[in-house]
Design a protein around this ligand. Structure first.
Ligand code: GDP
Length: 193
């Protein structure tokens, strides 16, 4: 995919703010600090279009990035940050459900995990949440540059096993540092648009 245009269209907090053009959407989920913004920026060749919205104190929003006038990346707020109040957590859940339950033009979800570590309990919950909505999930195991080559396959297997990933779901190694895996990630995402 050659990205020629990428712009943030809206940071939405509720359904009535979602874009009305009903272009295909790909949702992106991941634990806070896992490397989700870096993944988005690398994929769309921007240094800083996507910013971390998951830091405490920042408004939790669904960020709609329109790509090449033809589809959206929908960056959903990060999870797993310990210092989040009960109230904020509940709001996060409501916003997620409102989006995932009814969005007909949502084609697939990308779940970003850290290839260095075993997926956390929160990662497993998020994977199951996405599968509950019967979505194809593309698991991006990022920070590939941080592990030695001879550990790649065992780390990928650990991701598959811990998530108990569906055989139809695709698990891809990726690095925002080196761009390794970028072509394959685009090919996979494009197959759902
Ligand atoms: P987010 O909170 O999930 O959006 O995470 P960020 O994209 O802000 O990344 C968190 C930290 O991890 C930053 O310091 C990034 O530079 C770093 N990071 C993200 N992806 C990679 C990667 O593929 N390789 C390396 N080495 N560092 C990364």
């Amino acid at each position: 995919m050659k990205v020629t245009e990428a712009e943030i269209v809206i940071s939405a907090v509720s359904k009535k703010q979602y874009p009305g053009d009903m272009l295909p959407e790909i949702a992106l989920a991941g634990r806070s600090n896992v490397g989700k913004s870096s993944f988005i920026n690398k994929m769309i060749n921007r240094k800083n279009l996507a910013r971390t919205s998951s830091k405490p104190g920042k408004t939790q929003t669904l960020n709609f990035y329109k790509i090449n006038e033809s589809f959206y990346f929908v960056d959903v707020p990060g999870y797993g940050y310990a210092k989040v109040s009960k109230k904020e957590r509940a709001k996060w859940g409501e916003m997620m459900e409102e989006y995932f339950m009814e969005r007909e033009n949502l084609k697939a979800a990308v779940l970003i995990v850290d290839i260095r570590h075993q997926p956390t309990e929160d990662d497993v919950l998020m994977y199951n949440f996405l599968k509950h909505y019967e979505l194809p999930v593309i698991v991006i195991a990022t920070k590939l540059d941080k592990i030695p080559k001879n550990k790649r396959s065992s780390h990928l297997q650990r991701v598959v096993k811990t998530l108990d990933a569906d055989v139809k779901d695709i698990i891809l190694p990726f690095s925002s540092e080196t761009a390794e895996g970028k072509e394959e990630a685009w090919r996979t995402i494009e197959s759902f648009i």
